[in-house]
Structures are given as structure tokens and as C-alpha cells.
Design a protein around this ligand. Structure first.
Ligand SMILES: Cc1cc2nc3c(=O)[nH]c(=O)nc-3n(C[C@H](O)[C@H](O)[C@H](O)COP(=O)(O)OP(=O)(O)OC[C@H]3O[C@@H](n4cnc5c(N)ncnc54)[C@H](O)[C@@H]3O)c2cc1C
Length: 258
């Protein structure tokens, strides 16, 4: 697991940590809440005024590390995807999955106009790969902001399949894109999110072509690991898989390299 600051590490570690050491430090931005909207019963959008961040280059799929003050005086630092940035209005949207009584969810539910927080980023390698015939997005509800941001940025003629695990059909959203994107919503029928084979089973039945596809495997870490292993065994080159663990039962914040 990496720490939330992506701080430099000792050299000689595997998994490209030397590259992490060479990365410039993440920039810090001031965000002010300007709105809140319920996207689905379990997804809450918070809109921020962030004029300086809104004109910075970013890539759809990237995230911010939000520092959300808690009522007990502590600070919850959590990764959240940039759902959208509008340079014209200077606004940034972030979508929060309401998965229970947790620090990020508590902050988002209570967020009022003029609440100010800090954010670091944009960060992350989960962005669209170039020169790919077909994109395959795999994830749970925490990945909808990344999958939708990437899919919306795809040009006419590009094609993608998205398999997205959700609690129930009420959590499905409508995508607006110029590209040809087929979304399959896989309902847990009310079951709790976490380690399970729902998405892996559908992936195996889909039998994706390793020759022409780039796979984005994100979401709960053990599910991501199992799906990535399947894709590798199925003939996918490592370079054709982007994988990141977004959360894991019992883990507080952070992310997992998979
Ligand atoms: C790169 C990246 C981008 C992300 N983008 C988004 C995003 O756009 N929207 C979004 O909602 N999340 C996103 N996440 C996931 C989010 O950062 C985590 O879910 C985070 O743990 C939420 O913080 P919390 O304060 O709610 O819970 P925490 O305090 O971190 O955890 C408390 C408990 O809740 C459990 N938990 C955490 N998340 C979930 C969940 N989703 N479902 C069920 N149990 C959970 C933990 O395992 C722990 O037991 C992203 C993660 C990464 C790494």
C-alpha cells in the first residue's frame, strides 16, 4: 500500500518505486464547496469552486487526495476521482459513494456551501491508454467516476466495454459519450460490496481479446487482484492492464498497487 502523500521512498524497491521518488511533489489546491447533489441513492456529488485547479492540465481518470476535517479535530485524507472539471466556471465535481458511517461520507453529507478544504493532485496512472482498439473497464461503484470520466473523453470511433458492479439497479447511471461504449451493470442485489466473484465470473464469460484490448481493473483490492490474474493467464500482456486497488475491507484510506 502506498501512503497518501506518495512520499519519496528508499531506492531499490520493486514495483517502480524509484519512479515514485523521481516524481515531483503533488501540488496543493484550495477547494470551496459550491453545491451538493444526490446522483443516485448511494452516490453524492459535491461541487467545488477551484479556479486555479480548473485550468491545470489533468487526465480523465485521475484523482485528488482530499483532506476532510472531522468533528473530532482529526483530518481524513482520502483519494477521490475528479469526476469533471469545467475550466469555464472554475468548478470541480467529486462523487462520493455513501457506503456507511465513515469519515469521507460524514464529511460529504455535512458539506455546506463555503466549506473549504485542501486537495493534492491530480495524481494517478488510471487514464486512457493510447493506440488501443478496445478499452475494457472493470470496477465497482467507487470506479464509476473514473470509468465515466474516461469514457466521456473518448473520441468518435473509439470503442469500450464497461462491467460495473453496483448494489442494485438504482445505482446505474446514464453515460453521455461520442464513443461506442457498452455498459453492463452487475447488481449485487443488495449484498454488501467487497470480495466476491460477480465481476470475475462475467469477465470470464466475456472472453476479451488480449490482442486488441487494454483493461482497466480497479475497485476492491482482492477483486482487482483476481481479475488481473485472470487476464494475465488469459494472455494479456502486463502493459495492457492498468490495475489499482481503490479500497479494501478494514483499510482506512490509501490505495493498493496490484
Ligand atoms: C485512485 C482512487 C480513486 C478513488 N475514487 C473514488 C471516487 O471517486 N468515489 C468514491 O466513492 N471512492 C473513491 N475511491 C475509494 C475511496 O478512496 C475509499 O473508499 C475510501 O476508503 C473512502 O474513505 P472513507 O472515509 O469513506 O472510509 P475509510 O475510513 O477509508 O474506511 C472505513 C471502513 O470502510 C471500508 N470502506 C472503504 N471504502 C468502502 C466502500 N467503497 N465500500 C464499502 N466499504 C468501504 C474500509 O475498508 C474500512 O473498513 C478511490 C480510491 C482511489 C485509490
Amino acid at each position: 500500500m502506498t501512503d497518501l502523500n506518495e512520499r519519496p521512498r528508499r531506492s531499490g524497491f520493486p514495483f517502480g518505486l524509484d519512479a515514485v521518488m523521481r516524481r515531483p511533489p503533488l501540488r496543493t489546491w484550495n477547494l470551496t464547496v459550491v453545491g451538493r447533489a444526490q446522483v443516485t441513492p448511494r452516490m453524492l456529488r459535491v461541487s467545488f469552486a477551484a479556479p486555479a485547479l480548473a485550468v491545470e492540465p489533468w487526465r480523465p481518470g485521475q484523482d485528488l487526495v482530499l483532506s476532510m476535517p472531522q468533528t473530532d479535530g482529526s483530518m481524513a485524507r482520502r483519494h477521490y476521482t475528479i469526476r469533471d472539471i469545467d475550466p469555464a466556471t472554475g468548478e470541480v465535481d467529486v462523487d462520493f459513494v455513501l457506503h456507511g458511517d465513515s469519515p469521507a461520507g460524514r464529511w460529504a453529507r455535512a458539506a455546506e456551501r463555503s466549506f473549504a478544504i485542501e486537495a493534492q493532485g491530480p495524481r494517478g496512472r488510471t487514464t486512457l491508454a493510447a493506440d488501443v482498439e478496445h478499452h475494457l473497464f472493470l470496477g465497482d461503484e467507487t470506479c464509476i467516476p473514473a470509468i465515466f470520466a474516461m469514457a466521456e473523453s473518448m473520441p468518435v470511433g473509439a470503442s469500450a466495454t464497461a462491467l460495473i458492479e453496483i448494489t442494485n439497479p438504482d445505482e446505474a447511471q446514464t453515460l453521455s459519450t461520442r464513443a461506442d461504449v457498452q455498459i453492463e451493470w452487475l447488481s449485487r442485489e443488495g449484498a454488501a460490496p467487497g470480495p466476491k466473484s460477480l465481476l470475475l465470473d462475467r469477465l470470464q464469460a466475456l472472453n476479451p481479446s488480449p490482442a486488441s484490448t487494454h483493461a482497466y481493473v480497479i475497485g476492491e483490492t482482492s477483486n482487482v487482484r483476481a481479475q488481473r490474474h485472470y487476464l494475465l493467464a488469459h494472455g494479456f500482456d502486463k502493459a495492457r492492464i492498468t490495475a489499482e486497488g481503490y479500497w479494501r475491507p478494514g483499510r482506512v484510506g490509501g490505495h493498493d498497487h496490484v
